[in-house]
Design a protein around this ligand. Structure first.
Ligand SMILES: C[S@@+](CC[C@H](N)C(=O)[O-])C[C@H]1O[C@@H](n2cnc3c(N)ncnc32)[C@H](O)[C@@H]1O
Length: 205
């Protein structure tokens, strides 16, 4: 059962942390690349919704955290495009094989308990030539920062809703059979252990 911290404090902290200007800039840049039928994994409080373009026909957002998806449904109400928000895990999705044109996954692979299963599911449901848009934080390329990330991670996971500091979205996707078409890495503003970003676009290989 969720603690009071997880139910009342953490959702507000996540919404606030994920609304910071550097993250909004990355959302603007990448989410606008989505087209067709979009599946957003870990839609959270719906902070990407404002950044979808007219190329998008429908958005299905999944996330097991009801405390966050209530806000996502409120934000979806302003959109012209149909949005469905479902309380599901990315580890097991009911969508058909090859059924979506774009997957959007922003700062979510860090928190999914089994990211390997989630990546396999993403690969299964994404159409050939479809776009997998990923924007994540993760293990730094600098060894001394990565060492601190490993040290801090056990505590960070406890206060951050299961968020890991040392996962690498690019490695998870490549290991799961995706071809990385474009990738950038680097620090945004903020403490280096949490500010190393990995973002880009992948396709089913
Ligand atoms: C840091 S928040 C990011 C939320 C949102 N993607 C954004 O960019 O603002 C991490 C999200 O991952 C979600 N999450 C955790 N486990 C998940 C799972 N098994 N499947 C899908 N989403 C999950 C959390 O509920 C939370 O909404």
């Amino acid at each position: 059962m969720a603690s009071l911290y997880e139910k009342y404090v953490l959702p507000k902290l996540i919404d606030l942390a994920c609304s910071q200007p550097p993250m909004t800039a990355l959302r603007k840049r990448y989410v606008s690349e989505a087209a067709g039928e979009v599946l957003e994994i870990g839609i959270g409080s719906g902070l990407n919704l404002a950044h979808y373009s007219e190329q998008v026909h429908s958005i299905t957002g999944i996330d097991p955290a009801a405390e966050l998806t209530t806000k996502a449904r409120e934000r979806a109400a302003d959109l012209a495009v149909p949005v469905e928000v479902l309380g599901l895990s990315g580890e097991e999705m009911p969508m058909e094989n090859n059924s979506v044109d774009t997957i959007v996954c922003t700062w979510t692979l860090c928190s999914i308990p089994n990211p390997y299963r989630a990546v396999a599911e993403m690969r299964r449901v994404l159409r050939p030539q479809g776009k997998m848009i990923f924007v994540e934080h993760g293990r730094s390329d600098e060894a001394h920062i990565a060492k601190w990330q490993r040290r801090v991670e056990p505590l960070w996971k406890k206060i951050g809703g299961g968020c890991h500091l040392t996962r690498r979205a690019d490695e998870l996707l490549a290991d799961g059979g995706f071809k990385i078409l474009h990738k950038e890495t680097g620090y945004e503003d903020g403490p280096k252990i949490a500010a190393f970003m990995i973002h880009g676009i992948a396709q089913t290989a």
